[in-house]
Design a protein around this ligand. Structure first.
Ligand SMILES: [Zn+2]
Length: 341
């Protein structure tokens, strides 16, 4: 059966059609004239959730997941064509200039419960390991990221969003020549709501999210707890830091950022019995020169980027990653194209 029908909506725009065409061409003829553009022969892959969208109580952002079916076919392609190694080996070999061409390491951001439910069992079938980056304050808690609270609110209480956004004068930066406008019930999409709230001050955002939270139904726990993590560690998975509070480093005061990093390190040391990696992964991939300096002086062996290139001249080095998500990798051809370009 080919790409069994499921509840996942596929994109149908021009961009996606072009991507599919290029993926097809790359698959059947390796497009040698394109290869010099951006060849990727080795990389670290960045995943978030491995889950069916229907099993998550809110609308996920497209970049947040792959389905278990897609994940399985991706691992089929990887194990047939690449050498999948642990993140520790990948970093060590990269640093001594001895990384074999075609090496791949797998990473998962955020510590979602579905890592244990779906990702780990499939990885074990293929005899592969992976590293999970944990935002330590969320581990074992019933808290949610603000983006997910907003997504729940778009579904459950859109009127409340309109009311609070206008109270706090949260505009949707519309770009182009259009004036910014308040989010209305009619023009509300999750994307617009997130865009608007991301542009708000962190203080207002916290207040708004707390107010919205009060309006929402309770949802099942979404993050792993320490017991589950320690079990996964005995099965060979490893864990790094994704900060404590999962805030964009560029939005946090310098002293708060140092404290947050220390809290994350202490919590990992205290709770993890094994499998700890001193590697830091920037929440949302946000950093600038000054936050990078703070992170770099916090005693990590490496940091993880959300762009493809390594920055080995940094100390500690920054390791590039390729983000993998359902929209652009639900067939082997699309996944192959994503890896290469
Ligand atoms: Zn994250």
């Amino acid at each position: 059966m080919k790409n069994s029908p499921n509840s996942v909506k596929r994109p149908n725009n021009f961009r996606h059609k072009l991507r599919k065409l290029l993926a097809e061409l790359t698959w059947s003829a390796p497009l040698p004239f394109l290869r010099p553009l951006k060849p990727t022969d080795s990389s670290v892959l960045m995943y978030h959730r491995v889950v069916q969208p229907r099993d998550v109580p809110w609308e996920m952002e497209p970049g947040m997941y792959v389905t278990p079916e897609s994940f399985r076919l991706q691992l089929e392609l990887l194990t047939a064509n690449y050498k999948v190694i642990s993140l520790q080996d990948y970093i060590e070999q990269t640093l001594i200039g001895d990384l074999e061409v075609g090496s791949i390491a797998l990473t998962f951001d955020d510590g979602w419960i579905d890592f244990k439910q779906h990702a780990a069992p499939i990885l074990k079938e293929f005899n592969l390991t992976a590293t999970v980056f944990l935002p330590t304050a969320f581990i074992g808690s019933e808290e949610l990221f603000w983006t997910d609270i907003l997504s729940l609110a778009v579904h459950h209480c859109p009127d409340k969003i309109v009311e609070i956004f206008s109270e706090y004068k949260i505009f949707t930066p519309s770009g182009g020549s259009n004036p910014d406008s308040l989010l209305s019930r009619k023009n509300m999409t999750l994307e617009r709501a997130i865009f608007a709230l991301r542009a708000a001050s962190p203080i207002n955002r916290d207040k708004i999210v707390t107010e919205l939270k009060g309006q929402l139904p309770k949802v099942p726990k979404q993050f792993l707890n320490w017991e589950e993590i320690n079990q996964l560690a005995t099965e060979g998975f490893t864990f790094g830091s994704h900060s404590n509070l999962h805030r964009a480093s560029t939005e946090v005061e310098a002293s708060d950022l140092s404290q947050d990093l220390q809290d994350s390190k202490n919590t990992l040391s205290k709770n993890l019995n094994s499998g700890k990696l001193d590697v830091f992964c920037y929440p949302g991939g946000y950093y600038d020169r000054s936050t990078q300096e703070i992170v770099n002086s916090s005693g990590f062996d490496a940091t993880m980027a959300i762009h493809r290139n390594n920055e080995l001249e940094l100390s500690p080095p920054m390791i590039g990653r390729i983000g993998i998500h359902e929209d652009i990798s639900y067939t082997k051809k699309l996944f192959n194209f994503r890896l290469k370009f």
